[in-house]
Ligand binder design. Structure first.
Ligand SMILES: Cc1cc2nc3c(=O)[nH]c(=O)nc-3n(C[C@H](O)[C@H](O)[C@H](O)COP(=O)(O)OP(=O)(O)OC[C@H]3O[C@@H](n4cnc5c(N)ncnc54)[C@H](O)[C@@H]3O)c2cc1C
Length: 463
């Protein structure tokens, strides 16, 4: 039975009439566009796609799915679609039209609807001299990023974005709209702060903002042939820096695109990227040891917090790609040598980007009243990715990303990173065991029939 047949007799007209958003089934104009997420390499074919326009639409979609015995996958941008299971026979519930954001400058909070991307929050927050704990790409969705933890440019100072969430509005699989915060639905409030999207359909999130108008940030570009030397110096330097500095080392092979500046176009670099909370003088002094290595290009300056999204050179447009990541317990000299061999100047690789992010600082201290990821018990994070413009490249790129991950296996932490692990598998692989066991009980209470399909699912277990 194909997906269109799956919907036969399921009274789609009633769903269409009940919602302000749109409904598509296979074969209809608009279906292919509606099912397509940011990562163009992921080709899911759900039985029906609902593009919700509001929380009321989400409620209708959830009740429809329940009434017709369907499972459903909530999705915003589709940046995190890679680890998702196939959606055959299921509903894909897109929140892409739900992007309203409200900033409360007095309370220093933001309320973002579930389809908002970070750019939607960053820009209005900056008008009040406030910054959100966004990640490296402003096009990533607030919901998926935060549900999975959320590691951004101020993470060593302010921790994971999930632990700055103050409230969530959520449609439970039973079709009830609930508000989870410090005083209500304590289990759900704990679960959605880093435990992923297994517990219902988020319709809005509220979060703390921070008084950061500008900061000292930029990139130091060195030719890739210096990868090992630069990585060793950067690693030693990371052991000395205060929590105000969050940095990463990036092995990047840039494509020969005309929109890139001529000195960068088509070349390979090891780039040290850093954001330093504080003034230019302090930032320049703290980054001095790296600058003394003689970078070919130095872009450090005081920049508006809203410009942090340009630092990592993440592609703004949808890209077909394959990648994978791992948390690292350490990054000693032997690990650097292993990385340089797997992805450095002499490696025969199609990976465009391999990065090591420095963790520690606030990330290692359990957040007060934190959620399912109260802290990260790892010192660094690896992420390797390559573009797959044609389907025949998928397996080669995936194998190379896995090979880089495998090369650092001796230094892997006890579990993986929720947001950076791109391999389909249970949440037990990407969360601390104690958190996973509590999430299993919460899943059993709210979604025992596993109606919600999530990246890194949680198996329900009764206490
Ligand atoms: C270019 C790029 C840069 C990135 N940079 C960072 C970074 O700096 N830091 C970091 O931590 N991560 C980063 N990531 C990883 C990213 O945070 C995850 O891929 C995340 O899942 C993306 O969230 P999304 O909402 O955009 O994606 P989606 O694919 O839309 O959602 C991912 C998952 O989140 C859940 N979800 C989404 N919306 C809802 C909802 N309304 N209700 C319930 N569940 C929902 C679902 O389980 C869904 O499968 C990056 C990814 C990319 C591709």
């Amino acid at each position: 039975m194909n997906s269109a047949d799956t919907m036969a007799g399921r009274d789609l007209d009633a769903l269409r009439a009940a919602i302000a958003g749109q409904v598509f089934i296979p074969g209809e104009a608009g279906y292919d566009q509606a099912r397509q997420g940011w990562n163009r390499a992921v080709d899911t074919r759900p039985a029906v796609v609902v593009v919700a326009g509001s929380a009321a639409d989400v409620a209708q979609a959830v009740r429809y799915a329940r009434a017709h015995g369907m499972r459903m996958a909530p999705q915003g941008t589709g940046h995190g679609a890679e680890p998702l299971e196939p959606l055959d026979g299921a509903m894909l519930l897109r929140t892409t039209r739900m992007r309203t954001v409200h900033i409360d400058p007095g309370a220093r909070t933001a309320r973002a609807e579930a389809g908002a991307v970070w750019q939607d929050v960053i820009v209005p927050a900056a008008e009040h001299g406030l910054a959100a704990l966004a990640g490296s790409s402003p096009g990533v969705g607030v919901a998926g990023y935060t549900l999975g933890g959320g590691l951004g440019w101020m993470a060593r100072r302010y921790g994971l974005a999930a632990n700055s969430v103050t409230a969530a509005e959520l449609m439970t699989p039973d079709g009830d709209l609930v508000r989870a915060d410090a005083g209500h639905e304590s289990d759900l409030f704990w679960a959605i702060r880093g435990g992923g999207g297994s517990f219902g359909v988020l319709t809005a999130l509220e979060m703390r903002l921070y008084p950061v108008r500008e900061l000292y940030a930029g990139n130091l570009f060195f030719p890739l042939r210096r990868a090992a030397e630069i990585l060793h110096t950067w690693r030693d330097w990371t052991a000395t820096v205060p929590d105000e500095i969050t940095s990463l080392a990036h092995l990047v092979r840039l494509p020969p695109l005309p929109e890139l500046p001529e000195p960068l176009r088509g070349r390979a670099f090891i780039v040290i990227e850093a954001a330093c909370l504080g003034d230019a003088g302090t930032g320049a002094e703290l980054t001095g040891p790296l600058r003394r290595l003689g970078p070919e290009r130095d872009t450090f300056a005081m920049i508006p917090a809203a410009a942090l999204g340009q630092l990592n050179m993440d592609p703004p447009q949808p890209v077909p790609s394959q990648g994978d990541g791992a948390l690292l317990a350490g990054f000693p000299a032997a690990a650097i040598d292993a990385l340089a061999a797997a992805a450095g100047p002499d490696a025969d690789t199609v990976l465009s980007s391999v990065e090591i992010r420095h963790l520690g600082g606030a990330l290692t201290r359990p957040a007060t009243d934190g959620g399912a990821q109260p802290s990260i018990d790892a010192s660094y994070l690896l992420f390797a990715v390559g573009a797959t413009p044609t389907p025949d490249l998928v397996s080669a790129v995936r194998a190379q990303a896995q090979a880089v991950k495998h090369a650092l296996a001796p230094w892997h932490a006890s579990h993986d990173s929720y947001n950076f692990n791109q391999t389909a598998g249970p949440a037990s692989a990407v969360l601390p065991p104690a958190s996973y066991h509590r999430l299993q009980q919460i899943k059993a209470a709210y979604d025992p029939d596993q109606v919600i399909i999530s990246a890194h699912p949680v198996q329900p277990v009764r206490p």
